[in-house]
Design a protein around this ligand. Sequence first.
Ligand code: FAD
Length: 693
Amino acid sequence: AQLDTLDIVVLAALLLGTVAYFTKGTYWAVAKDPYAGSLANGAAAKAGKTRDILEKMDESTKNCVIFYGSQTGTAEDYASRLAKEGSSRFGLKTMTADLEEYDFENLDSFPEDKVAMFVLATYGEGEPTDNAVEFYEFISSEDVSFTQGGGVSEKPLANLKYVAFGLGNNTYEHYNSMVRNVTKFLDRLGANRIGTAGEGDDGAGTMEEDFLAWKEPMWKHLAESMQLQEREAVYEPVLEVTEKPDMDAESDDVYLGEPNKNHLEGKQKGPFNAHNPYIAPIAESKELFTIKDRNCLHMEIDISGSNLSYTTGDHIAIWPTNAGKEVDRFMNILGLSEKRHMVISVKGLDATAKIPFPSPTTYDAVVRYHMEICAPVSRQFVSALAPFSPNDSIKAEMTKMGSDRDYFHDQVAARNYNLAQLLEFLSQGKTWDNVPFTIFVEGLHKIQPRYYSISSSSLVQKNKISITAIVESVEVPGASHVLKGVTTNYLLALKQKQHGDPNPDPHGLDYAITGPRNKYDGIHVPVHVRHSNFKLPSDPSKPIIMVGPGTGVAPFRGFIQERAKQARDGETVGKTMLFFGCRKKAEDFIYADEWEAYKNDMGENFEMLTAFSREGAQKVYVQHLLKQRAVEIDRLLQQKAYFYVCGDAANMAREVNTVLGQIIAEQRGISESKAEDIVKAMRNSNAYQEDVW
Ligand code: FAD
């Protein structure tokens, strides 16, 4: 989604709707590299971008396009990895393409000697990601018609060679439905699938290994089908990083972490969205736990004047900053410490290369604000780094880790290492001076905003968004360090700072709290809002049952605030049942006093049921409480109650689903499979809603 200098000039001259253009799917459109030659390639001379993929591939001489349907960036990352591998191992001329940026009517003219890959995430309840909606509508349509075939041919896509990989989560009912459905439609249209469609499972935590296991046979089949010769993979950069020693990092046009040009120029301008965060003041923050060794934060984020809006049940995204401690570790191990504030410019070596952050910038800004440096290490990336090891024995170790799944698990994954920790461990602290910086820019994920279920009601506080976040701190027996979650520890540091705590950084993580050029000073955090389908019934008199242990209670605080207000305003509010669970009443029973106040507003109609798992001899969880209240739950369901579950996807949400089926079966005297069908039907009609992670 890059535009060049000339594009911008021409666009500005031609289009009155420039602003609208910049905000639609063009991430860094205004953040291009001013050092890139404006006529570096033919494509740059064109005003605007083509939506014709065949034209795009022709003009950039590509024979392999990897389309991605991505919501949080993972599918996009996998697409980039396929692009790199196809090029370095098989000499394919690859490009990645955002599904949203192309039209598909001419897929029937896709040349036989080229290949299309589809990397498709399934989102929520089996839906396409936002950027894949139009493509999905097109390809799934009963009367899909193409330019050449005009809908006449039985097999209009007979020339289209394709491969597909899906990203899904088996805790959702419609597991990987995007890739399953898209392959079904493509096959029906006569397309020629190479190999099997892969399915990665985030729910089982095996996404990466599923991807690795799928791609090897896929490459083999593709190589046969296209008669590709495999060669020893050599790293071929698609980006170029140029140091600018004569530029001053403090000069006005250097990005020090600002997400785009508006932010760089100091005037943040809406619309604020997933491409353009709002730097929001944190109006209030407090600790919700009474126990010292765990933290749960409540924050109020002020969105007044931003034109951002939310409705109860939506999500807010927080754009994190990496901890200084980890930024330092990364810089040190790569031997970059001395020149961390060196200005660098980044440009694509070909017209289709995507530059993941604005430039010119500095090494420090890239590592701190743009790259996911603390995440688990990818095994494939270890292989890619092996040739750049400081000596041959480390290279041999890296190669082994990269190729042996179990060894990698024991040595790396089980120890919760991030990349710099692994490199430190392997070289015993000796610097890795030979690794090209571009390999990180291309190979590490872009840092992702983290989502939080908004825990306030928009009816009660339209301009203030509450969040309820547990601070991630993971201790693994045998691991040398405690893993600190990136975003939640950043929020904790912001909260400590807001309270003037003499020790604003409880774990010495050393966050850059005031942000690039102190723009986040006064306790601000970059955010955007994502609308969700997790919604109260529009009629407040309908009964609702909510199951939300731990921070899963977040959206229900919003729901109950809303119903309490409706009750105060004299509206009829239906039965409102909340099942909540935590460890101990005196430690982590969050918002304990607020629930009492809501009872005053709603009276008998609000009932809260609590399970404390570490108080009695036996562990009690929300599932047990549901069983105890089986009669009433079934009665409310018969009265068309809405049933909501929020929180832990892997265990709790699944079990609650099962328990609800059992309750219905017992109470109505029907078989469990019939009861399961009823639960499914509730899901389909939105009477059963989940907000799980
Ligand atoms: P991260 O740094 O992202 O780490 C998260 C986890 O990843 C770690 O605990 C660990 O298990 C793993 N991990 C990270 N690095 C490594 C490594 N090097 N090696 C091995 N494992 C690693 N959370 C809430 O508290 N409240 C909410 O209301 C809430 N709502 C959500 C709503 C939605 C729709 C979604 C998708 C998520 C929600 N979450 C919520 C979760 C939240 O988005 C974050 O995932 C969470 O706060 C952790 O973020 P973090 O950046 O602090 O941790």
